[in-house]
Write a protein that binds this ligand. Structure first.
Ligand SMILES: Nc1nc2c(c(=O)[nH]1)N[C@H]1C(S)=C(S)[C@@H](COP(=O)(O)OP(=O)(O)OC[C@H]3O[C@@H](n4cnc5c(=O)[nH]c(N)nc54)[C@H](O)[C@@H]3O)O[C@H]1N2
Ligand SMILES: Nc1nc2c(c(=O)[nH]1)N[C@H]1C(S)=C(S)[C@@H](COP(=O)(O)OP(=O)(O)OC[C@H]3O[C@@H](n4cnc5c(=O)[nH]c(N)nc54)[C@H](O)[C@@H]3O)O[C@H]1N2
Ligand code: SF4
Ligand SMILES: [Mo]
Length: 733
């Protein structure tokens, strides 16, 4: 075992000691503590508890892990964590089993000349990767290197620092396949990439392609339930009747991709009838008159033809909003309708932010809250100083100028791998080859790379394409840097190591990238341990690592959001921008106007939409047997079609059908249900794994991205994940 591993073991010993104290922290009385002790003594073996963060999705809920004799036995959501509020979702429990998965990667792998993976030592992996990195830098400069990662606390820091230390600006998140257009479009309007809709205190909240009860974060599900109980009027705009509809007053089906027309028409109603907050708009915005003139023709009658929503429904919903305002808003959404889906996604997001401006609901109770977060202060210790500033701009920033700078367009990076502008790519916590655009196209693009390195815990589609695969410990076997979070009450939370390292030759992200940096000759930027950095970061906000480990999450009520405070808009004009110079420069209209989401749908074809299921996350959970069993038992992998379409095609519920287009063809049992609008096929987005090494997930269900062409949203740089159509027929028909 390496010296580092011993350090980590001794760190764990420390954390177990702390954990024993942690068990007492949650109890309110000495009596409760005593009875818990008695219970614990009655349990054979030793129970430790550790506060940590779930890693089954980006919500990173806080929980207490119970470990008996070194084995994880119980997970309880931490009540003081704002994402879990004491509850975990099914994925949180199920995904904890990743630690014990039979399909874990256990050793560094190198692809040999025959295309087979061979286990190699870490030293060999580092030395060979470093040699290739140096070759690429010597021949093409550091800008020919790129990294894609899902932003996790340690991952964001270590991976980005590693690439920056090598001199490349090319770091990308998964945003292009998630919420890049949403964040970037909203930013054009209000100067921030998001807001928090105060759902539970609202008189009316509308969700456009966002389902709290499918794309789960436990605290949001609870807030929606409270909103419903409080009598808020909740409206779901969705081609699919999602599970959130149980807490809604109205489900309004819409033609996929046409939400922009719908919001333009609701804006038209407010403006035409002087139902908007004219005082707020006059004092806080620029360009309103130009936009108002441009939306004159965007009448409900016009929008009905595009969206399929009756004109009087649009009139009624707009009027209801005006009545409920300012305790009303359109929820910012996340991915579903305009995170990255269509040619008009960024502009839809921009328009939604402008609509909330018409309601005058910024920072109002029940409205749209511009909350802030907390972040680590400047670190004085020179060891933590940033690598030298890089002059070169991130690849894609000129081509997609509206794409949020911190996210960037990972799909454009894929394109640059194809053209040869990028020669070496690193992937941390990313299954780009299965989820960010057309998998076949991306596989071809990555085949062009001189170096492809993937760090994962199992053999993913992306890892399968790599030259080197680096096995990470699972999230339960490592500690990470603190997570600094925002919301109504800012917080800091910590992922702490729960289990001893199970596979001795796996390492944690901080170790891997520190050692890789040393091998690449940039070790001087990594002369600290993760614990030292965590301590330094925490000290800047008045916390200590030991202290945070004892409680898992600390909230900062003194920095809590205050209702009614004048919103600040961090746009170039410091106002809400109904017109945006940056949009005009990027080739769009200065104010949002209708843009077709996609090419017209040929006769007999269907629009394809995806969506989350409560028990699965992206591509990362389908290989967990406990979760896959649920999917199989309840037929969750089936695409949904409307009975009208089914009848026309002679298809019955549970028939085997073919879903196909020019790119791909696959078969599946079908679910025929009124819960999907006619003309639309819904495909759950977690299935269709193509890697045999994932013994549970392999070859089960269809993979939505196989049906999506490789293309990029103009100006915003997203993957246009729903810009496609499919045909369906009964097998044998
Ligand atoms: N269970 C689960 N929860 C998750 C995740 C997960 O993978 N699984 N991932 C987390 C992450 S990273 C994200 S980004 C969020 C995503 O959270 P959401 O954005 O809520 O997720 P989706 O299910 O993709 O989309 C929501 C809804 O949009 C609808 N929709 C699709 N196309 C359109 C359209 O054109 N117009 C309209 N109006 N609606 C449309 C779908 O039918 C679906 O019901 O979930 C987070 N939580
Ligand atoms: N087909 C499909 N594509 C999608 C989505 C979808 O639901 N289905 N969702 C979209 C959305 S909303 C988003 S946010 C993105 C998300 O895109 P990604 O962030 O790429 O998420 P995943 O597809 O889950 O892939 C995560 C990879 O990280 C690996 N992993 C898990 N735990 C660890 C760990 O501890 N360490 C390391 N190093 N690796 C780990 C998993 O095994 C998996 O291969 O995908 C988008 N694309
Ligand atoms: S929402 Fe579920 S999967 Fe996501 S972090 Fe929380 S418990 Fe884990
Ligand atoms: Mo996402």
């Amino acid at each position: 075992m390496s010296e580092n591993a011993i350090t980590r073991r001794s760190f764990l010993a420390g954390s177990a000691g702390v954990a024993a104290v942690a068990a007492t922290v949650g109890f309110t009385s000495f009596g409760a503590w005593q009875s818990a002790q008695a219970e614990e003594e009655a349990t054979p073996g030793r129970t430790d508890t550790v506060h940590t963060l779930c890693n089954a999705c980006s919500s990173k809920c806080g929980y207490t892990a119970y470990v008996v004799d070194g084995k994880l036995t119980k997970l309880i959501g931490d009540p003081n964590n704002p994402n879990s509020e004491g509850h975990l979702c099914a994925r949180g429990y199920g995904y904890s089993q990743i630690a014990y998965s039979k399909d874990r990667l256990t050793d560094p792998l190198k692809k040999n000349a025959q295309g087979q993976f061979e286990a190699i030592s870490w030293d060999q992996a580092y030395a060979e990767i470093a040699e290739k990195v140096q070759e690429i830098i010597a021949s093409d400069g550091p800008e020919a290197l790129a990294l894609v990662q899902d932003p996790r606390p340690s991952g964001s820091y270590y991976c980005n620092r590693f690439i920056a230390a090598l001199g490349s600006p090319n770091t990308y998140t998964h945003g292009a396949a998630c919420n890049l257009s949403k964040v970037s479009g909203i930013t054009q309007a209000i100067g921030a990439g998001d807001w928090v809709s105060d759902v539970e205190n609202s008189a009316m909240t509308m969700f456009i392609g966002r389902s709290y009860c499918d794309g789960i974060r436990p605290s949001q599900v609870a807030a929606l339930k409270r909103a419903h109980e409080n009598g808020a009027y909740i409206v779901m705009i969705d081609p699919r009747c999602s599970n959130s509809t149980v807490f809604a007053d109205e489900w309004v089906p819409i033609v996929p991709g046409t939400d922009l027309a719908f919001v333009l028409a609701m804006s038209n109603v407010l403006i035409k009838n002087h139902l908007y907050d004219a005082e707020f708009v006059a004092a806080n915005s620029v360009g309103f008159d130009e936009w108002a003139a441009a939306t004159e023709n965007c009448t409900p009658q016009w929008a009905e033809k595009i969206t399929g929503i009756p004109a009087d429904t649009i009139e009624r919903l707009a009027a209801a909003f005006a009545e409920a305002a300012p305790a009303a808003s359109i929820e910012p959404s996340w991915r579903g309708a305009y995170g990255c889906a269509y040619a008009n996604s960024g502009e839809t997001a921009r328009t939604v932010a402008l609509f909330n401006t018409l309601l005058g609901s910024w920072n109002q109770p029940g409205g749209a809250l511009l909350t802030s977060g907390i972040s680590a202060g400047k670190l004085e210790d020179p060891r933590f100083a940033a690598p030298p500033k890089i002059e070169a701009k991130k690849l894609g920033s000129a081509e997609y100028p509206l794409a949020s700078g911190s996210m960037g367009s990972a799909v454009y990076a894929g394109e640059m791998a194809k053209t040869g502008a990028i020669k070496g790519m690193f992937f941390y916590y990313s299954n780009m080859a299965a989820g960010y655009s057309n998998p076949e196209y991306l596989a071809n693009a990555f085949a062009n790379l001189d170096l492809m390195v993937v760090c994962d815990v199992q053999m993913s589609e992306t890892a399968a394409l790599a030259d080197y695969v680096l096995p990470e410990t699972s999230y339960l076997e490592r500690s990470e840097l603190p997570e600094f979070g925002g919301g109504k009450v800012p917080y800091v939370a910590l992922r702490s190591q729960v289990l001893d390292v199970i596979h001795p030759n796996t390492k944690s992200c901080d170790q891997i990238f520190t050692e890789l940096a040393e091998a690449c000759g940039v070790g001087q930027y990594f002369e600290f341990t993760q614990e030292e950095l965590a301590e330094a970061q925490l000290n800047t906000v008045g916390l200590t690592l030991d202290g945070l480990m004892k409680v898992g999450t600390v909230q900062f009520p003194e920095k809590a959001f205050v209702y009614g405070k004048q919103p600040t808009f961090n746009t170039p004009t410091k106002k809400v921008q109904f017109v945006s110079e940056a949009c005009a420069k990027a080739g769009l209209s200065p104010y949002p106007v209708w843009i077709e989401p996609q090419d017209p749908v040929p006769d007999g074809e269907f629009r394809l939409v995806g969506g989350k299921q409560a028990i699965m996350t992206h591509t990362q959970t389908a290989n967990i047997p406990e979760l896959m069993n649920i999917a199989e038992e309840y037929g969750l992998m089936r695409p949904w079609i409307n009975p009208v379409d089914a009848e026309a095609l002679g298809i019955k519920d549970n028939d085997e059908i073919v879903v196909e287009n020019d790119l791909h063809s696959g078969t599946s049992k079908v679910r025929v249900t009124e819960r999907i609008a006619p003309g639309v096929v819904y495909l759950p987005s977690h299935y269709g794994c193509t890697v045999p090494e994932q013994h549970t997930a392999y070859n089960k269900g269809l993979r939505i991205m196989d049906f999506v062409p490789f293309h990029i949203e103009p100006a915003y740089g997203s993957t246009m994940s729903q810009n496609t159509t499919v045909k369906i027929k009964k097998v044998g028909a």
